[in-house]
Design a binder for this molecule. Structure first.
Ligand SMILES: [Zn+2]
Length: 434
C-alpha cells in the first residue's frame, strides 16, 4: 500500500478490490428492505404503491419488482420522495439543462458507499491512488461555473463539499488534473493543444466522455498528429460505440473501459477487457430491467432518497450468460436517449449508438449531426470543406445502411454544429411536432 492508500482506504472502508458477489437471496433481501423503507417513510412511494394495491410486504424476491409501477423523473424531483429526516450530506443536481431538474440527495453512509464504488471502478482499470489521472470536462462543468452558481444561491455547504472533493480528494489524493474544453471543441479546432497537455502530464488513466475523446481522435487522425499514450481510458457520460472503442484503443494504445453511471443512480455498470462496450451490471447494488426498450433501474443503496424502478430515459439491451472474463450475470448495452432517434422507412428506430457507428465508418468525417423532422432528415457533417460529390456518397451510404429513401434526407457541411447546454455533443437536433 502506498501512503495515499494507507490514508484513504480505512476512511472509505475500501479493501483495494471489489469483494465477492452476493447470492441472489441476499440481493432480494436488499431490495425488500429498501422497498419497505420507502413504503413506510416516503410519502410519494406510499401513495403510489398504496394506489396500486401494494403493501409494505409486497416485495419478497427480485421478480416481485414487476408488481411495482415505474418512477418518472418528475416524481424523483418531488420533495416527498425523501424517506429519511437524517441530514442530507450532499445534494447533486442533474437534468436542469434537459428540462426536468432533479436533486439527488445522499446521506453520509451512501456518500461514502458511492465513493467506495468509485474507487472500485478506478481500481478495476489498473489505476491506483496517486497515479496521474487526467479528466476532460466541458467548460459548463468547470469549478468557476459551479461555485458561481452555489455562491449566488448562498449554498456554502455545497461550496465546501465541491472544494473538498475537487481540491483535496481528487487533487491531492487522486492526483487528478481537470482539463476543461469549450463546446467549440466539436467544431473547427485543433487537437494539438489537448494532446500536448496529455503528453506533459503523462496520465496513467484518462477519464472522459467518449464524445469529446472520439472527436479529438478523429480530428488528430485527419491532422496526422502523434497520439499521447495512456494505459487506460474510462469512458462515461454518453454513448461509446464499438467502433469508437476500437479506434480509441488502437490510437491511444490503451485499455478502454465503458462505465454506465448517472448522478441519480451512481455507478451501475462497468465493462471488462472481454465485454466490449457491454457493461457488467453491479447486481449487488442495482436491479436493472428493460421495459419497452427503456432501461429501468432500482438503486438498493439510497435509503435517504429511494430510487425504485426509475425510468432512466436511456434505450438499452440486456444479455445474460458467461462473459469472456469468466463472470456470470447481466450485461447491459446502451444505445442512446429514448427521445433522440431517427426512423427507417419501415419504422425501425436508430439511436446515438447507430449514428456513432456510422460516423466510425466515414474516415474523413469527424462530426455528424442529425436534425430535422422525421421523414425529412438533415445531416450536418464536418469538416466543412468536403466536395459535393463526397457529400452525396456519404448520404447514399447513410440511406443504404439505415433503409431511408434518398429524397427524405438532405446533407450539408455546417459550422458550428449545435451542442447541448451541458456541453455534450448532440448527435440529434430534432425538431418534432409537440
Ligand atoms: Zn467480463
Amino acid at each position: 500500500m502506498n501512503l495515499r492508500e494507507r490514508i484513504i482506504f480505512p476512511l472509505a472502508g475500501f479493501s483495494g478490490s471489489p469483494g465477492p458477489s452476493l447470492p441472489p437471496a441476499e440481493r432480494a433481501a436488499r431490495f425488500a428492505g429498501l422497498y419497505r423503507h420507502a413504503f413506510e417513510h416516503s410519502p410519494v412511494y406510499r401513495e403510489k404503491y398504496s394506489a396500486a394495491g401494494l403493501t409494505a410486504d409486497s416485495i419478497r424476491e427480485l421478480a416481485d419488482s414487476e408488481k411495482l409501477p415505474f418512477l418518472g423523473k418528475e416524481e424523483l424531483g418531488l420533495p416527498g420522495i425523501k424517506a429519511d429526516n437524517k441530514a442530507t450530506v450532499v445534494s447533486l443536481a442533474s437534468g436542469a439543462t434537459s428540462g426536468t431538474g432533479v436533486n439527488t440527495q445522499l446521506d453520509r453512509k451512501y456518500l461514502l458507499k458511492r465513493y467506495r464504488m468509485l474507487l472500485g471502478i478506478l481500481y478495476s482499470t489498473g489505476w491506483r491512488l496517486g497515479d496521474p489521472a487526467f479528466a476532460f470536462h466541458p467548460e459548463e462543468y468547470g469549478a468557476a461555473a459551479l461555485f458561481g452558481k452555489a455562491l449566488k444561491e448562498g449554498n456554502l455547504k455545497k461550496i465546501a463539499f465541491d472544494l473538498f472533493q475537487e481540491k483535496v480528494l481528487y487533487g491531492l489524493f487522486h492526483n487528478r488534473k481537470n482539463f476543461l474544453y469549450p463546446s467549440s471543441a466539436f467544431g473547427a479546432f485543433s487537437a494539438a493543444p489537448y494532446f500536448e497537455k496529455l503528453r506533459a502530464f503523462a496520465p496513467r488513466l484518462i477519464i472522459s466522455r467518449p464524445d469529446i475523446l472520439c472527436a479529438l481522435m478523429r480530428q488528430a487522425a485527419i491532422q496526422g498528429l502523434e497520439f499521447p499514450a495512456a494505459e487506460s481510458i474510462l469512458c462515461v457520460g454518453n454513448i461509446l460505440s464499438a467502433s469508437g472503442k476500437a479506434a480509441l484503443e488502437s490510437s491511444f494504445k490503451a485499455k478502454v473501459y465503458n462505465l454506465y453511471a448517472s448522478t441519480e443512480l451512481g455507478y451501475v455498470g462497468l465493462s471488462c477487457p472481454h465485454s466490449g462496450i457491454w457493461t457488467h451490471v453491479d447486481e449487488d447494488n442495482y436491479l436493472v430491467e428493460i421495459e419497452g426498450g427503456e432501461v429501468i433501474v432500482t438503486d438498493f443503496s439510497n435509503f435517504h432518497m429511494p430510487v425504485i424502478r426509475y425510468r432512466t430515459g436511456d434505450i438499452g439491451e440486456l444479455a445474460g450468460g458467461r462473459c469472456g472474463c469468466g463472470r456470470e450475470g447481466l450485461r447491459l448495452k446502451i444505445r442512446g436517449r429514448k427521445k433522440d432517434f431517427f426512423e427507417s422507412d419501415a419504422g425501425e428506430r436508430y439511436y446515438a449508438y447507430d449514428a456513432d457507428e456510422f460516423l466510425g465508418l466515414e474516415k474523413e468525417l469527424y462530426s455528424l449531426q442529425i436534425g430535422g423532422r422525421q421523414g425529412s432528415l438533415r445531416l450536418a457533417v464536418r469538416p466543412s470543406e468536403l466536395p459535393a460529390g463526397r457529400l452525396e456518397d456519404i448520404k447514399a451510404r447513410f440511406c443504404g445502411r439505415f433503409g431511408i429513401s434518398m429524397e427524405k434526407v438532405a446533407i450539408s457541411c455546417e459550422e458550428p454544429l449545435s451542442g447541448t447546454a451541458s456541453g455534450k455533443f448532440a448527435y440529434f437536433n430534432l425538431e418534432r411536432p409537440a
